[in-house]
Design a binder for this molecule. Structure first.
Ligand code: HEM
Ligand code: NFK
Length: 273
C-alpha cells in the first residue's frame, strides 16, 4: 500500500476503501486536531507535571459549556416556538453533559494540594470566576446578574458583548412562562404563576408536555446546584480556607453561592403538592 492509500477491506463481500472519499478530509483535518492539541501552554517553569491536567480539564469544561449553550439556546427557542418535545429533548442532553461535568471533578482530585501548589502561585489573578461561558449559562438559565459584568476584570470587548447580549435575551424561565401563557394560563403575577404550576402538577395527563418540561428545567437546576456543591468541596480539599486566586474569600465565597436556584417557583411548588 503506498502513502495516501485508504484502508482496504471487505464489507459484506464488497471491496471498500475507507478514507478515500474525495481524498481531502481526514480525521485530523476535520477535527482541527493540530490546532486543538497545540493549545496547552504551561505557565510553570520548569514545567510542573500536573499543570497539563489542570489546563486540559478546564479546556474540556469550556468545550462542554459551549455545547450546553448551543443546546440551552435551542431549547429556549423551541419553547418560544411552541415545540415542547424538542425543548425537553435538548434539555435531556444538557443533563447528561452536566452529569459528566460534575464527575470530571474526580479526575482533578487525583492532583494533590502539594502538586497544585507547584504552579498555583502563577495563576493569580486568573480564576474560574472569569469564565464567560459559565456566566452565560447562568444568565440564559434565568440567573441574570449584571453586577458580574461590572466585577469582571480583563474582559475583551467580544466577551463583554456576549454577556450583554445574554442579559438582554429571554431566559429559559421567560420562555417557559411563554409556554404557560400559550397553554391558557395567566403569568402576570408570581401568585398566578404559582397557581398555574399547581394546576399543571394536579392534572398531569392533561398537561403532560408542560409538566415534563417543568421537570426537565428543575433537573437542569438541580444538576447545576450539584456542580457548585462538588466544586466547593474540591476547593476545600485543594486550598482549605485560603483566599482564591481571583481575589475572593475562596471556599467561603463559593458557599455563599450554594443556595442559588434558577427556578425558585418550581422548588416552592414542592411544598404545596
Ligand atoms: C484545583 C481546582 C480548583 C480550585 C482550587 C478552584 C478554586 C476556586 C475558587 C477559590 C474560586 C472563587 C474565585 C476566586 O478564585 O477567588 C473559584 C471559582 C470558580 N471556579 Fe474554580 N477551582 C478549581 C477548579 C475549577 C474547575 C475545574 C472549574 C471548571 C470550569 C472551575 C470553575 C469555577 C467557576 C465557574 C467559578 C466561579 C463560581 C461562581 O462565581 O459562582 N473551577 N474556584
Ligand atoms: N481559583 C483557584 C485557581 C483555579 O482553580 C483557577 C485558576 C485559573 C483558571 C481557572 C481556575 N479554576 C477555577 O477556579 C485558586 O484559588 O486556587
Amino acid at each position: 500500500m503506498s502513502a495516501g492509500d485508504g484502508v482496504t477491506g471487505q464489507w459484506g463481500g464488497v471491496d471498500v476503501h475507507f478514507g478515500e472519499e474525495g481524498g481531502r478530509l481526514t480525521y485530523g483535518s476535520y477535527l482541527r486536531l493540530a490546532e486543538l492539541l497545540d493549545q496547552q501552554r504551561l505557565e510553570s517553569e520548569p514545567p510542573a507535571h500536573d499543570e497539563l491536567l489542570f489546563i486540559t480539564i478546564h479546556q474540556v469544561y469550556e468545550l462542554w459549556f459551549k455545547q450546553n449553550l448551543h443546546e440551552l439556546t435551542a431549547s429556549r427557542d423551541a419553547m418560544l416556538a411552541g415545540e415542547l418535545w424538542l425543548a425537553e429533548h435538548l434539555l435531556r442532553r444538557v443533563h447528561t453533559i452536566e452529569r459528566v461535568l460534575t464527575q470530571q471533578v474526580d479526575i482533578l482530585e487525583t492532583m494533590t494540594p502539594q502538586d497544585f501548589g507547584e504552579f498555583r502561585h502563577r495563576l493569580s489573578p486568573a480564576s474560574g470566576f472569569q469564565s464567560v461561558q459559565f456566566r452565560e449559562i447562568e444568565f440564559l438559565s434565568g440567573a441574570k446578574d449584571p453586577s458580574f459584568v461590572r466585577r469582571f476584570r480583563g474582559l475583551t470587548d467580544v466577551e463583554k458583548d456576549r454577556l450583554r447580549r445574554r442579559l438582554e435575551e429571554p431566559t429559559l424561565w421567560e420562555a417557559f412562562l411563554d409556554v404557560l401563557r400559550k397553554g391558557g394560563f395567566d403569568t402576570d403575577s408570581e401568585d398566578s404563576i404559582r397557581g398555574a404550576l399547581r394546576t399543571v402538577a394536579g392534572d398531569r395527563s392533561h398537561y403532560a408536555a408542560i409538566w415534563e418540561l417543568a421537570e426537565a428545567l428543575l433537573q437542569h437546576d438541580e444538576l447545576a446546584a450539584a456542580w457548585r456543591a462538588r466544586h466547593v468541596v474540591m476547593v476545600e480539599r485543594m486550598i482549605g480556607t485560603k483566599p482564591g486566586t481571583g481575589g475572593s474569600s475562596g471556599a467561603n465565597y463559593l458557599r455563599s453561592r450554594l443556595d442559588l436556584r434558577y427556578y425558585p417557583l418550581l422548588w416552592d411548588l414542592r411544598s404545596n403538592l
